[in-house]
Structure formats: C-alpha cells, structure tokens
Design a protein around this ligand. Structure first.
Ligand code: GDP
Ligand code: MG
Length: 160
C-alpha cells in the first residue's frame, strides 16, 4: 500500500499565472516563464492576449470597492498580457512564493517581484491565490480554447 504522504506527491493542481502589461513591455516574459519552467512545473496553456475591460473587471471583481480599482483595470488593459496555466504538485502556493509579496518592496530577493519590480501598481505578474480561484481564473482566461493535455518527457526526472 502507498503511504498517504507518498500519495500526496502525485496529487497535482493547476494555477493561472499572467505576465501583466508592464512585464511584457519591459521584455520580462522569458525571464518569468523560465522560473516556472526550470522549477519543474508543467506548462498547460500559453498565449499573448489583449484583455478586454470587462474581463479585467471580472478577474479583479473582489477588489471592485478598492480606491485603486479603476487604475488597476486600466493597467491590465494597457497592453498585451501573457496568460499561462502551470500544473504540478502544490503549484498554487509555490507559484505565489516564486512571485513574491504583492508590494515589490516587501517581496524577498529571488522572487519575481523582489527581483524585477518596485511598485505595487506595476508588479509585473499575477498568480491565483487558491486552487479554487485557479480553476475559476483558468476558466475565465482559457475558457474558449481550454488547456492542452500533454505528457512531459522529463516527468520521471522530476517526479519520484
Ligand atoms: P496579488 O494577489 O498579490 O496580485 O494582490 P491582490 O490580489 O491583493 O491585488 C491584485 C493586484 O492589485 C495587485 O497585484 C496589484 O497590481 C494591485 N494592487 C493591490 N493593492 C494595491 C494598492 O494598494 N495600490 C495599487 N495601485 N494597486 C494595488
Ligand atoms: Mg490576488
């Protein structure tokens, strides 16, 4: 029989990660993708996309009462974004760690925001904050086309 801890390693989840317009304009797309790719997560969706205003408003719906909400929506639609779905064990929490704290001045060095940004309103990247919101956001941003299910050849070198 397989121990519960061993089982947990095989459980996998998906998260929605997005390079925001400042990250795209600043030429940081490769750098950001590289961190998830070299960590060992599995790329399931990827596109350059011009976000319509309604989608930005829905995506950040929980923040609609915040004073910065109109600026946040303007920021997200100000240029193309890069939308991604990454899969792996614990990927939601791990992606948030790789991304760093919301305010880049409080993000640890070594994180994306800690290394590449200085202001909360230009913090280069988004990552889902829970498995449930990840599913919701993947539906929102990839609902039409869905994600691609494919086998990663190196998976036996990443997963015991
Ligand atoms: P995240 O999950 O770390 O991205 O942070 P939140 O979900 O709390 O906020 C969503 C996004 O709104 C952040 O990534 C920022 O781009 C923006 N934001 C959050 N707080 C502030 C703020 O106080 N001022 C401004 N200008 N933007 C903010
Ligand atoms: Mg958030």
């Amino acid at each position: 029989t397989v121990k519960p801890q061993a089982m947990a390693r095989f459980e996998t989840e998906k998260t929605y990660v997005m390079v925001k317009p400042d990250g795209v304009q600043r030429g940081l797309v490769g750098n950001i993708i590289s961190r998830f790719e070299t960590k060992g997560f599995h790329l399931k969706g990827l596109k350059l996309f011009q976000c319509p205003k309604e989608l930005a408003e829905t995506h950040y719906g929980d923040l609609s009462e915040k004073p910065f909400f109109p600026d946040l929506v303007d920021y997200i639609v100000s240029g193309p974004v890069v939308c991604m779905v990454w899969e792996g064990p614990g990927v939601v929490k791990s992606a948030r760690k790789l991304i760093g704290a919301t305010n880049p001045l409080e993000s640890e060095p070594g994180t994306i925001r800690g290394d590449l940004a200085i202001e909360v309103g230009r913090n280069v990247v988004h990552g889902s904050d829970s498995v449930e919101n990840g599913e919701k956001e993947i539906g929102l941003w990839f609902g039409d086309e869905g994600v691609i299910e494919w086998e990663q050849a190196m998976s036996p070198w990443l997963r015991e």
